[in-house]
Design a protein around this ligand. Structure first.
Ligand code: ATP
Ligand code: MG
Length: 353
């Protein structure tokens, strides 16, 4: 019997609504498989935890999580209780950095049964590999002078190591897909870091002779995602560019409520963390209408990462079938509740098994 140890952090808001539903789905998959179990360890770390303890997670929190095979997270943030920068840095960023989760992976796929806001969407299916540890989101810089002369300087940091590992991750991923890597650049305007980025991209490409490549400036690439996303496969992007592209990806899928994401520790030293793109959605919390698919699809990414790809595929196929049958939450035009959508996915899984 295979046993996967999963650290579960439901977090805040709808995280606490979609997480238990996703656990039901994972347990159904374990039942179907017969030869594996998920051992969950749940952590109450959240904004409410902060109010009680003055921290988002305990000092030895990372040590507690380090024992597990993966961290499964719902959503973090309740700006009414705790300022966002405190909750996000105290929990999410802390785990991402502490566990060296240097790559952020976000797929975007046209799901049957969901209307994309694109007028004429061909079936798109691409993945953004975002550098998650450096780039434009660096803390290097500051303010100088004052009054009329005041200025702010923000330095982007691109290391050879950080850039290369993002590139390699993208190329390895492309080997398992249709084999095209698109690099998001801006070397016509950003004259130091982006030519360096291009150089590392070209050097890495040389080691992957069978993979096709293209470099597109971020402005044109953003438009590309709207006009012909079906032409893209794997996109590799810096921290800022990846942030922007993945939001477009979620938007063209039809709802942020279905978009999945993973923060990957590539050296296997620490667990990776799986968390949907959406946040805690305080505006719909308690109504029972949160779309559970973002969390469930994120669970599929976790299964793939654990080497349970067959279960992952079964799960995604079942999700798509449920959408096509019209059992949908209000964010994608339906009237079903969080629980009804999950029940339907579980039903489909059992029928397919
Ligand atoms: P954060 O700062 O944590 O990202 P946010 O409020 O900026 O939080 P979300 O929490 O993702 O962003 O919410 C953005 C919008 O999308 C809200 O209107 C929310 O209700 C909606 N939304 C987010 N997730 C879901 C979901 N799973 N199902 C339905 N609607 C959702
Ligand atoms: Mg927000």
């Amino acid at each position: 019997m295979k046993k996967w140890e999963i650290s579960v952090i439901p977090g805040d808001g709808i995280g606490t609504e979609v997480m238990p539903e996703t656990i039901r789905v994972l347990d159904t998959l374990a039942e179907i498989h017969g030869g594996l179990t998920f051992n969950y360890k749940e952590y109450p770390w959240s904004c409410e935890y902060y109010l009680e303890h003055g921290v988002m997670m305990p000092e030895d929190g990372l040590k507690q999580l380090a024992q597990s095979d993966a961290v499964f997270l719902g959503a973090v943030g309740n700006p009414k209780l705790v300022p966002d920068h405190v909750s996000l840095w105290g929990l999410l960023v802390n785990i991402r950095r502490g566990f060296e989760q240097v790559i952020n992976v976000r797929p975007a796929k046209q799901m049957k049964g969901i209307a994309s806001p694109l007028v004429n969407p061909n079936e798109f299916d691409f993945i953004v590999v975002r550098e998650n540890s450096e780039g434009e989101y660096s803390e290097v810089g500051g303010r100088i002078h004052s009054g009329e002369d005041e200025m702010a300087i923000q330095n982007a940091v691109f290391t050879k190591k950080g850039t290369t590992r993002a590139m390699e991750y993208a190329f390895e991923l492309a080997k398992t897909r249709s084999g095209l890597v698109t690099s998001a650049t801006k070397s016509n305007g950003i004259v130091h870091s982006m030519p360096f980025w291009d150089e590392v991209f070209q050097e890495t490409a040389k080691q992957y002779g069978d993979i096709q490549t293209q470099s597109i400036h971020i402005d044109a690439l953003s438009a590309f995602l709207v006009s012909k996303p079906h032409m893209l496969d794997v996109i590799v992007a810096s921290n800022l560019f990846g942030d922007i592209l993945t939001d477009i990806g979620a938007a063209i899928m039809g709802s942020i409520g279905i978009a999945p994401a993973a923060n990957i520790n590539i050296n296997g030293k620490f667990p990776s963390m799986f968390e949907p793109v959406h946040g805690s959605a305080p505006d719909i919390v308690g109504k029972g209408i949160a779309n559970p698919i973002g969390q469930i699809w994120t669970g599929k990414m976790m299964l793939d990462h654990l080497g349970e790809g067959e279960l992952g595929t079964l799960l995604l196929d079942s999700i798509e079938e449920v959408l096509q049958n019209g059992v949908k939450t209000p964010d994608i035009g339906g009237t079903a509740s969080t629980i009804e959508v999950t029940n339907e996915i579980i039903k489909r899984l059992k029928l397919r098994a």
